[in-house]
Design a binder for this molecule. Sequence first.
Ligand SMILES: Nc1ncnc2c1ncn2[C@@H]1O[C@H](COP(=O)(O)OP(=O)(O)OP(=O)(O)O)[C@@H](O)[C@H]1O
Ligand SMILES: [Mg+2]
Length: 404
Amino acid sequence: MVTLAWSASRANARVRGRSPVLSAVSLPKVTTAVEPDGSWTVAGRMPCAVQVDHVSKAFGKLPVLVGVSLSIEPGSMVALLGPSGCGKTTLLRIIAGLESPDAGRVTVAGRVLTDRAAGVAVPPESRQIGMVFQDWALFPHLSVARNVAYGLPKRADSRAQVERALAMVGLQGLGDRMPSTLSGGQQQRVALARAIAPAPSVLLLDEPFSNLDTALRVQVRSEVHALLVELGITTIFVTHDQEEAFVLGDQVAVMHDGRIAQVASPAELYRHPADRWVATFVGEANLLRGSVRPVGSAATVSGPAVADTVIGAVPLAQLPVGSREVDVLVRPEQLSVTAPSPVTPATGVVVLIEYYGHDTVYVVDAGGERLRVRETAEPLFGRGDPVVVRYAGGPAMAYPAERE
Ligand SMILES: Nc1ncnc2c1ncn2[C@@H]1O[C@H](COP(=O)(O)OP(=O)(O)OP(=O)(O)O)[C@@H](O)[C@H]1O
Ligand SMILES: [Mg+2]
């Protein structure tokens, strides 16, 4: 088991134009003070920029990270999203200094912490980086307070620092308890308190909510989100859950096979995935086969071109270079189903209905293509019903058609 220690001198970071957000959740507000001019202070370090340049790492012959570069703004939250084994934890461990890369550089607030070529390797305990591990890594034989104090230097005020960190995560008064007597959500908060107690300038969270059941995960995630936004600590967190990446991340870095496939805001990522792998990994995707046709003067669709598909013409956001045959990205909520009529014949048949309460997904077979269509209404059609599928979105992304 690895645990980081940090040097613990503290500075007061002053954050303007952002208001405390904890009022909506159950965590007590102990670290902030609202000034008369509306700004607020937080006991912690100044948020720092994190820069990762061309980091590569192999274990034996297995390349795990390949030329990874990432720029993270001070005080922002960045999600590293990717499937199991794509190198997320390895990248976090390299930023923390727990693993050394084969090549590349890590810089925090302009200070080079790792530079393989220059032989720089600042030890983990001198990086002022806090980390919450994938399994939380609490010491079972130490009390909650001693777990939190683990990374702090032994000083007269370290007990107060521990109390303050526990209060921040809503666990005041539980310092004497043993980890095994706490719920999963409380243990998760102890791990977070341990990471933030030394007031790190950067926080790394490795799938911090994955050990919690669904309802608790949503609650704890929302509380931790509010706390981290208030503290304004630059945070990089790992997840393989797209919803979590979207809810928490100011930016999302999608990783695939040791490479960064795309870095963008959640909305940009959802609307304009860089390639078809990202399109299908992030959110639900229909990829409709289509033939590109330039928009003539009589066309009514917007965009530089349309693709003729099984559900009609879909406007395209851009033309894939050199491809006449394309796969058009259509999200289920961009489609709708209606009953056919003599003037609008059916384009498909409903083969499955998934009712989620807040919406209904129809799986429609349209000329051999299976389409997912999301409607907010209660189910209006049954299995076997013929339906008309319409596209109701803006200009769509298209990728060169994949040969079957
Ligand atoms: N110390 C190590 N020695 C050998 N191989 C390793 C080591 N650490 C990681 N790996 C391998 O590197 C690859 C990436 O591992 P990593 O833990 O970074 O993935 P991950 O994206 O965090 O996955 P998960 O979502 O399952 O946690 C995996 O194939 C893993 O087996
Ligand atoms: Mg991992």
